[in-house]
Ligand binder design. Structure first.
Ligand SMILES: *Cc1c(COP(=O)(O)O)cnc(C)c1O
Length: 425
């Protein structure tokens, strides 16, 4: 097949309008094929210098004066930039805490806003941490509150009719992952938000697996609330703080359940009664982790320069190329596609299922085997996720990845590995 040649892949890279963006990221070894940017995005070039300036100059020399020289406004400045990637407006987002904690803050405040209603709806395609947070909230609030976790038959896609029918007059909140972490299913944001609103429920999207790869449509959908991660396609670095979004005209009627001084109207008045700040800042709690926060800006600027629409177009092309090679080469070796085939309904990673998925992943990552090291990730029970990050993944990466997968499975090389699991997979 002509498409399964390195010349063909090189040709696709040659006509890729975003190909130059790869150089903005740290790619030290072209023999390491990194397809896990949906779990931890690559390091952006220049970040070491930014961190050095932050520690040596801002912290070392300027000391506490730095709070008035740019630190204090970082959470909203970065939020404004993420808002543009998510189809929201400046003033509707802040960077703070982790995704899990932000979800907690927004869900609790949404429930007290929609106080007559007692039901939260989500589904079992959602990320486990999100479901734990919801379980914990229902447990804490007690009695009347109820969490409904809808079931997906095939573990890949939801049934939107079942979803629509589950919404009722008692539903306070519908919360879903925009792109599902395992299968990559991408919800039609506008349609689903409208379903929730038709029944008077608030809609909260978790954008962790879409932000930076799939354009958000928060304003277009009239979505109420959103949270998301910055260390995946936004390349903020391990444990970089997350973001949260509240629709502008809803902000004044929501109160964070965590009344910290950074969310207070005038924290430096040190008055003893809490008055929430105007706008989105009321959802800040404590002092933001500045050193973990600064790497994000460089990457956001790069993504804004590339533009969400071109990034999405490239992501789709990468996915179509991978699926085309998988069809030809990997399906005959026992792989199954566990992601939607319709690019409109798919995010930016593709899941392959194989009975030996875990041992195959170990063989792929072993630097003694094959001519390349391929880093995907494994998700229970038998998923190999291949993350395609449009800002830096090349078509040549995909060609080499399929070659490695073919080699390791067709020659049975994975059999040299045990199935013992590492702590982090
Ligand atoms: C990655 C991810 C998270 C991670 O949450 P943290 O609190 O930042 O660890 C949460 N939700 C979804 C959907 C994710 O993909």
């Amino acid at each position: 097949m002509i498409k399964y040649t390195s010349e063909y892949a090189t040709g696709l890279d040659g006509s890729d309008p975003l190909s130059a963006f790869r150089k903005k990221f740290s790619v030290k070894d072209e023999h390491v094929i990194y397809l896990d940017g949906n779990s931890l995005g690559r390091l952006t070039n220049g970040v070491s210098e930014i961190l050095q300036a932050c520690t040596e100059k801002e912290w070392g020399d300027r000391l506490i004066r730095s709070w008035n020289e740019g630190w204090y406004t970082k959470t909203t400045e970065l939020g404004d930039k993420i808002a543009l990637l998510a189809g929201a407006s400046p003033g509707e987002m802040i960077v703070s805490d982790s995704t899990s904690v932000n979800l907690y803050k927004l869900v609790v405040s949404a429930l007290s806003h929609n106080a007559g209603r007692k039901k939260i709806i989500t589904d079992d395609l959602n990320f486990p941490s999100d479901i734990y947070i919801l379980q914990g909230i229902v447990e804490t609030l007690g009695e009347d509150y109820e969490l409904v976790v809808l079931h997906s038959e095939d573990g890949i896609s939801p049934d939107l009719n079942i979803l629509e029918n589950a919404l009722d007059e008692n539903t306070a909140l519908l919360t879903l992952s925009h792109v599902v972490f395992k299968s990559s299913f991408c919800y039609p944001m506008k349609e689903v938000t409208a379903m929730a609103h038709n029944k008077g429920a608030l809609m909260l999207w978790d954008l962790s697996h879409s932000i930076g790869a799939v354009p958000g449509e928060l304003t277009l959908s009239n979505a109420d609330l959103a949270v998301g991660c910055t260390y995946k396609y936004l390349n903020g670095g391990p444990g970089a703080p997350a973001f949260l979004y509240i629709r502008k005209n809803l902000q004044h009627s929501l109160i964070s359940p965590i009344w910290g001084w950074f969310g207070q109207d005038k924290p430096f008045d040190f008055k003893l009664d809490y008055h929430p700040a105007n706008g989105i800042k009321r959802f800040l709690a404590g002092t933001p982790p500045l050193i973990s926060l600064v790497p994000l800006e460089r990457s956001l600027d790069i993504l804004l320069e590339a533009g969400m629409e071109p990034l999405r177009q490239k992501s789709i092309k990468l996915g179509e190329y991978l699926l085309c090679l998988a069809d030809e080469v990997l399906i005959p070796l026992g792989f199954k596609i566990a992601s939607p085939l319709d690019p409109e309904r798919r995010g930016s990673h593709i899941s392959l299922r194989h009975a030996e998925a875990y041992r195959i992943c170990k063989a792929l990552m072993d630097d003694q085997i094959g001519s390349f090291v391929l880093i995907p990730d494994f998700r229970e029970p038998d998923n190999i996720r291949l993350g395609l990050t449009p800002a830096y993944t090349s078509f040549t990466d995909i060609y080499h990845a399929v070659k490695e997968l073919e080699e390791i499975v067709s020659k049975g090389i994975f059999k040299k590995f045990t199935g013992d699991k590492e702590e982090v997979t």
